[in-house]
Write a protein that binds this ligand. Sequence first.
Ligand code: EPS
Length: 398
Amino acid sequence: MLRFTTAGESHGQALVSILEGMPAGVPLVAEHIDSELARRQQGYGRGRRMQIERDTAEMLSGVRAGETLGGPIALLIRNRDWANWQEIMDPAPREGDAGGALRRRAVTRVRPGHADLTGILKYDRDDARDILERASARETTARVAAGAIAKRLLIELGVTIGSHLVHLGGIDARRPDELPADLNAAADESPLRTLDAEAERRMVEKIDVIKREGNTLGGVCEVVVDGLPAGLGSHVSWDRRLDGRLAGAMMSIPAVKGVEIGMGFGAARVTGAEVHDEMEPAPGRTRAGNVRRRSNRAGGLEGGMTTGEPLVVRVAMKPISTLMRPLATVDVASGDAAKAVAERSDVTAVPAMGVIAEAMAALVLGRAVLEKFGGDSLGEVQRNLDGYLSHLAARLGG
Ligand code: EPS
């Protein structure tokens, strides 16, 4: 079973990711991971932190001579900013807080919308830094590193994942009827990872205005997965339905507040004839069971299973909760009314969120692929997939 966990604080020494359950023999070099980490660091509207960090992953285990070994893969991503935070983040006990640095730097004016307040109540802390360091979206670096490896497995099996930004702070991007063959090559050209140059211009202007106002913006990214065979996930039990598993993974990304598959909420507003994808025979479309859907409003999922059409998931992110013109709050040290802490932050991180959503999709789909075609080596997985595809090829007059 493919699973992963992460560790690390935003201004601690490093982030760690452990990915377990990858079969042996998957080609993997540092560049596969580092290129994804670099994509996550892009995006107009990010703050000064991204100029400090140059995220690269050290492979500590599970990989030898450019191939996975089948054992747990441990990855280490160092925080460059640690050099500036050693005194504050040092794990060693402080003798009476020499110099009062910890007290002076304590975060007590908790930010509305952030984990700060509920975190200190639940974990019984006085300094919200004990919460925000782990709640920070810096953690998603470790997810993208693990997801980059899941992507390599999927690529070997003919499955590719891309994303683009479709909405930012009230401005829609036009979605082309036909997406570019290499979606990420096109989207990564844009500073906002959007395919609509005119909308991009207005979005950049809006980010500049909102930044001057000390405010923040959210938005929506669309993840598209091509090449999935029909039949990943299952209709038989609630926790095997792939739509639920994907939505859960996307909702676990910090600041994500909504997920739509295919038409999503739009499907609730119109009739069945306007929602369901009509089918026709299509010999040779093996991965879709020799059938073509005339539309893909279902977003590639029916009955909790992939249909063989592209998987389309849209993910909505709220505006970042650190505002330079802070909102009203309570100072938890005094109990008095106050203005929230205004630490350095981003105006928006929606373009990065798209890359993170790709990683989460890769981890969920990698697991679903191994459930169905699982093996200890890439060769075994490929043989299992090939056997299933020859079975599909023979169905429905194919
Ligand atoms: C974040 C605040 C900012 C972001 C950070 C997430 O960091 P800092 O507090 O150091 O200025 O840059 O995102 C990252 C570091 C990253 O790698 O994405 C927050 O509070 O969530």
